[in-house]
Each structure stands twice: as structure tokens, then as C-alpha cells.
Ligand binder design. Structure first.
Ligand SMILES: Cc1cc2nc3c(=O)[nH]c(=O)nc-3n(C[C@H](O)[C@H](O)[C@H](O)COP(=O)(O)OP(=O)(O)OC[C@H]3O[C@@H](n4cnc5c(N)ncnc54)[C@H](O)[C@@H]3O)c2cc1C
Length: 446
């Protein structure tokens, strides 16, 4: 199979770099964000044009090779790389083109959130997306996309107007609310199951500065802080969002305000007095700074695992589990994170997109981070056990993008039975042989 992949790539006459073992940059290009996913692909293709994406997809299909599609390389389970197969690395397709009149932006399927923000923010606009600037636009968008501006402007998919996509057949098509609408429904939450997106078109939203408050409380204060945070956050308008991260080094609360700057102090400061003695304070900053200031904390090549889910609110039981889990964390960077959702996310009807879970009040993550391979088992076990304890089965849906594990149950639970069947039917039509299977996989089924 492997040689036939190389033969098929040769026959395809690609106009872009094809990197194989022995190439001086092979080790560089086979790397992905999660250090656990240390894999040896047979070939890494780095297209610059859609035509080469089509050729590479056809070569993978013809040779029966495993195909991994890579945008920003942030997949938690390492789904954008593989052993012995083909990695389609889209990072050279990263152009950003703004249409000032239509207030839209077209962005390549290999661009990072930082590419998007650096082009749009100086013009006074954003597309709501995630909170770390080296995350890929593609993987994030296809799963849903949530971050600081989601309560104000919705998920990233709620700003999606259309996409250019290379299907399993190798054909390229456009999808939008009026053109291939079923495919457009599916790619808004259904992940990379339906093809390789080479270009996204998003609606831009006006955005000026932001005020952020960040405070660190002691973990012994967590019970008091988290219940007060919950009560206070509930009353806030959509221009507000809050997140917290609990770890052995403390409870970090971040609250942001993107509304009228004159109200920032009154809205945000109370989050610095949820208990006595917090260190931290308020600062005005640009959206670009906000979006990149935690990049280093999630550096490439460390070892990561995550298990996540939705809460309708921060429950008393969850607070007890958080306190207990952090007391038993096996490494300093074993964290529990949650970000407030709600607001504009709930304006879109659940059935309008494959993404499921719009009624959630928070997204939470149990995320151990470590460096030593000897800690793999205990850190992952901590992540899984904590995740099980924090799960709240009352909300239908889950976020496929932030799961360290894969498997049919995870995917079925994420979409619920009806949406899963709808996705599986479209998958059977567009990708009957499941060429795009290195993802939170929807199995083709008529
Ligand atoms: C540090 C970090 C921070 C994060 N923060 C957030 C956040 O704030 N908000 C949020 O919503 N999510 C967040 N995530 C989760 C993130 O959305 C997913 O990890 C997402 O898959 C990353 O996309 P990527 O392109 O970087 O990943 P990749 O690893 O490149 O791809 C992941 C999967 O997406 C698919 N894919 C990638 N590119 C394409 C393409 N062009 N066409 C078709 N399919 C494609 C493939 O199935 C691939 O397996 C974060 C993840 C990390 C690691």
C-alpha cells in the first residue's frame, strides 16, 4: 500500500513539495501540536493550489492509503497525522482576502487564527473564534468554534457564509446556504468528515478594544469563588464573558468586556473580589493581544490530553469535583478550564447546524499537560477520571473538537441520534469508502 501511495503521488504530477522520510525537513513537517502524536507518515504533501489538493486526495483514494488532513495541527488526539499514510498539510494555503464592501473575509484552509485576526482586527472587525492564536481556522470552524466573542457574535460557524471543499472524489465544489445546503449544514459542526476545505468565507463583525480582568485566587478559596462567579456571571450581558482555570498553582479567573468602555470597571471589577486577597487587575488591550497572550502556555510539542463537555451552569457538585481533582493532580499543569457560553450561541436554532449543544451555559475541559513520557498513563488517567466526574448528561451534545479520545460512542453522543443519522447519510453519499476517517468519524450509512 505504501509504495502504491508514492507511485500514485508521482503519477499525479503535483506542483508542490512532497516530503518523505530522509528529506532534511521530514522531522519538522511531520510534527503536530500534541507531542504524544509522534507519527511517521509515508509522505507529507504541502499544496499551494486547490488543484494539488484534488490530486493528493485522488492519489490517497486510488492507493488505499490512510489520509490525514492538517490545518493548524492542533487536533488533541493527533488526527492530523498518521503512520505510513499521507499527510495533506494545508499550511501553505493561508491567504486572507477582505471584501470591504461586503464585510466578508475569505481565508485559506491552512490558515491559523492569528492570520485571520492580524488581517481583520486592524480594520476594526473580527470573526469570533478560539482563544489561542496558533489554532487552525479549519479544524476549529468545522467543529463549531468558540471563544471570547461567542456570547456576542455566536460560534465561528454562525459567521460562516460558504466554503470551497474538495470531496472524496477529488472534485471541488462550493457550499453555502443556497448551494449544496445539506453539505453546508453538515460542515457546521460535522468536522473534517466531508472533504478538504480549501477556503472559508466569513461574515465580519465590528469590534473595537476590549477590557480584560485577570485574577488569581488560592485553590482553598475555590468553593466560594466559583459559586460567586456563577451567580454574578449569570446576570451579565452578551458583551461579557468569563473563564476560569484551576490548577495546583491556583484558580485563575479571566473576565472580558467588549461593550461600552465606560462600564468596564463596574462590570469586571467584582470578579476580582469574589474572595479576599486575589492578585491581578484590569487592563485595556487590543483583541490581538487578548487572542495571543496564552499562546506560550499551550506551546507545541508538550504532551496533552483533554476530555470536555457542557454544563448548563456551574453546579455545586462540579465545584466539589474540581477541588478534589486538583488536590490529586499528578502534575503542576493538570488543569480544569471552563468558558462561559450562552448569549448569541443560543440565537441559532439547534437544528440549523450539525453542532449540538447550543443551550449550554459553559464548556469545560479537564486538560492535563506534562512533558515526561513516564507520566503519560497517570496524567491521561487523571484527565479521563476527572472528565467522567465533571460530565453532566443533562445536555444533549458535546464538542467534538476538544476530545482527547475518539470512538463511535463519543461521536454519536456529540450529535445525538437524529443528527448522527443525517450526517451518516450524507457521508454515505459523499464519502462511501470513508476516505476522510481520521477525525471524530461519522461512519457512512444509508
Ligand atoms: C491549544 C488549543 C487551544 C484551543 N482553543 C480552542 C478554542 O478556544 N475554541 C475552540 O473552539 N476550540 C479550541 N481548540 C480545539 C480546536 O478547535 C481543535 O483542536 C481543532 O481541531 C484545531 O484545528 P486545527 O486545524 O488546528 O487542527 P488539525 O489538527 O490540523 O486538524 C484537526 C482535524 O480537522 C480536520 N481538518 C483540518 N483542516 C482541515 C481542512 N482544511 N479541511 C477539512 N478538514 C480539516 C481534520 O479532520 C483534522 O483531523 C483548541 C485546541 C488547542 C490544541
Amino acid at each position: 500500500m505504501s509504495n502504491s501511495l508514492l507511485d500514485a503521488l508521482t503519477a499525479a504530477e503535483l506542483h508542490c513539495p512532497v516530503i518523505t522520510a530522509g528529506h532534511p525537513e521530514y522531522d519538522h513537517y511531520r510534527r503536530v501540536w500534541n507531542g504524544i502524536a509522534d507519527r511517521q507518515p509515508r509522505a507529507i504533501v504541502r499544496p499551494q493550489e486547490v488543484e494539488d489538493v484534488q490530486k493528493a486526495v485522488r492519489a490517497a483514494a486510488a492507493s488505499g492509503a490512510l489520509l490525514a488532513v492538517r490545518g493548524g495541527g492542533h487536533s488533541l488526539p493527533g488526527l492530523s497525522t498518521c503512520n505510513d499514510g499521507l499527510v495533506l498539510d494545508l499550511s501553505l494555503i493561508h491567504s486572507v482576502v477582505i471584501d470591504n464592501a461586503a464585510l466578508t473575509v475569505d481565508i485559506g484552509g491552512g490558515a491559523l487564527l492569528g492570520d485571520l485576526d492580524r488581517a481583520t482586527v486592524p480594520k476594526g472587525y473580527i470573526v469570533p473564534a478560539g482563544v489561542i492564536s496558533h489554532t487552525g481556522v479549519a479544524g476549529l470552524t468545522l467543529g463549531g468554534g468558540m471563544g471570547w466573542a461567542s456570547r456576542k457574535y455566536g460560534l465561528t460557524i454562525d459567521s460562516l457564509l460558504g466554503a470551497e471543499i474538495v470531496l472524496a472524489s477529488g472534485d471541488v465544489t462550493w457550499t453555502s446556504p443556497t448551494w449544496n445546503p445539506e453539505l453546508f449544514w453538515a460542515i457546521r459542526g460535522g468536522g473534517g468528515n466531508f472533504g478538504v476545505v480549501t477556503r472559508f468565507r466569513f461574515q465580519l463583525h465590528p469590534f473595537s478594544g476590549i477590557v480584560a480582568g485577570q485574577w488569581i485566587y488560592r485553590m482553598e478559596q475555590a468553593r466560594k469563588v466559583l459559586s460567586a462567579l456563577r451567580d454574578r456571571a449569570r446576570e451579565q450581558p452578551r458583551d461579557f464573558a468569563v473563564s476560569f482555570t484551576a490548577s495546583r498553582s491556583g484558580l485563575n479567573v479571566t473576565a472580558v468586556w467588549s461593550g461600552d468602555a465606560g462600564r468596564a470597571d463596574a462590570i469586571l471589577s467584582p470578579f476580582g473580589t469574589l474572595a479576599d486577597g486575589a492578585s491581578g487587575g484590569l487592563e485595556s488591550l487590543s483583541y490581538l493581544t487578548l487572542q495571543s497572550r496564552n499562546d506560550v502556555a499551550f506551546a507545541w510539542s508538550r504532551r496533552y490530553y483533554a476530555k470536555g463537555g457542557f454544563w448548563s451552569d456551574i453546579g455545586d457538585q462540579a465545584i466539589e469535583h474540581i477541588i478534589d481533582a486538583i488536590a490529586h493532580a499528578p502534575a503542576p499543569d493538570c488543569e480544569i478550564y471552563a468558558i462561559q457560553l450562552g448569549g448569541a450561541i443560543g440565537d441559532v436554532p439547534d437544528e440549523a447546524t450539525a453542532y449540538t449543544g447550543r443551550d449550554a451555559g459553559y464548556y469545560w475541559l479537564s486538560e492535563p499537560i506534562w512533558d515526561d513520557t513516564a507520566d503519560d498513563d497517570r496524567c491521561m488517567e487523571w484527565g479521563r477520571t476527572t472528565g467522567r466526574l465533571l460530565s453532566d448528561a443533562s445536555i444533549i451534545g458535546n464538542y467534538v473538537n476538544e476530545q482527547g479520545d475518539t470512538g463511535s460512542n463519543i461521536v454519536r453522543d456529540a450529535y445525538g441520534p437524529e443528527k448522527y443519522q443525517r450526517l451518516a447519510r450524507l457521508k454515505a453519499r459523499l464519502d462511501p469508502n470513508n476516505l476522510f476517517r481520521l477525525n471524530q468519524n461519522i461512519e457512512p450509512q444509508e
